[in-house]
Design a protein. Sequence first.
Length: 465
Amino acid sequence: SSSSSSSHSTPSLTFAENLVITVPLGLSVPSSPDAMPRRSALKKSPKRDYDEMTPLSAASSSSPRGVGRREKGVRIVGIEDPSDTEEKRKNAFASVNLSPRPAFAPEPAPTTNSADLLKAAKAAQQKSVIHAGEARTKTLHLHTVQKGGVQFVQNPLYNPQYVALRQQVEQVAALQRQIVKKGKTLSGPVVLDLSRQELTVLPSIVCHQSHITVLNLYSNQIRFLPPEIGNLKSLQQLGLNENCLAQLNPSIGKLKSLEVLDLRYNRLIDLPAELGDLSGLKRLFLRYNRLITLPESVGNLSSLELMSLRNNNLVELPETLNKMGELKILDLHQNQIVKLPSLKGLSSLLDLNCQCNQLSRMPADMIHLTSLKMLHLGHNKLKIFPEEICELGALEELDLEGNLLVSLPDKIAQLTSLKQLYLSSNRVSELPQSIGSLRKLRQLFLPANRLQKLPMSFSMMSNLK
């Protein structure tokens, strides 16, 4: 436990397999999962005002030493070493300062450098692990005792929050035992769900379970991934959404069997080049991050079918995007993209969403998107209808809302498969007569334009609703 002149750090306890769990001061945590005391060995303390540290002079003589027992305003958690004498215990607590409970230290601001993150994490771990002996802070003197390799902490301050969190620590320890058991007994695929466990780091023991095929870690507080993540050679699905990741460890590129990678709702600014080594990846979710650019190696994801990048800060995309021949869905909604790269190689693309960007024109080679069925270009800066769109014979849905369009070309009649056309909030003053050739059109949205009349050919669109 480290000391500070103005705040108190929260100690971390390291299990036998390097499982690091952060807990508040006052919790009794074993150094290995097998040494976890049974729930029946711990008694619930009586409900009382914890700010009033009154001594319990009439402690029950039948209670085991150190279990649910108070002495001179001190609650002893765990089981004492029989070798401890009354005199040794009194000396250990002689310097106890019963000042108000120390506040937790504020969380450090996240850094965007992976090397700094790893360095900071290692430094924090070295400082916060409680060793056998004494742990000192400015206003708190902790004393630890050891029995059969199990470490306990005697805490002179008692907070009801600690009791509630003790159960959480026991649950995490139980998860560790479950992981070890599965790793030893199962030979088939394993689905491991560690979601909503308030983990701040990925337990390293997880990275040594070679049979895991699905790993769910969503809704935690994980800030970085350890290099050992690359050991999960059988992993096919990795869910890391809703965490605090600022960068990805390059070792993620070693997950050759990975097919689904979910990184939604994190704090990613960039991605490692090693991401392009995931040749088997089929679905990549990166929405709601802080990405500014993508690595050129993303074009090596030759098996990728879906890439979601909405709600980031992307300004441009790499030219290598053209190499992703299996891509079917590309979601670029809500970015700052000014220009799209060549799309010639995306012959399998079915859905392209570029809504809410800064596009003023479309690439000429988009005529090669022969499979495209849905094109969303709403809320951009298009002043002229991109005539390249008229060559997309398979197109069924076209969204051009919220642009600066004045007119539509006569060639729009070539979109014979079109079923939905969104043109709201533009500056269109007249529609071409050829629009009547869109016989399959079912929905046409034209509000907030400058239209004064409709063409006579409107009567030919019998499917229009």
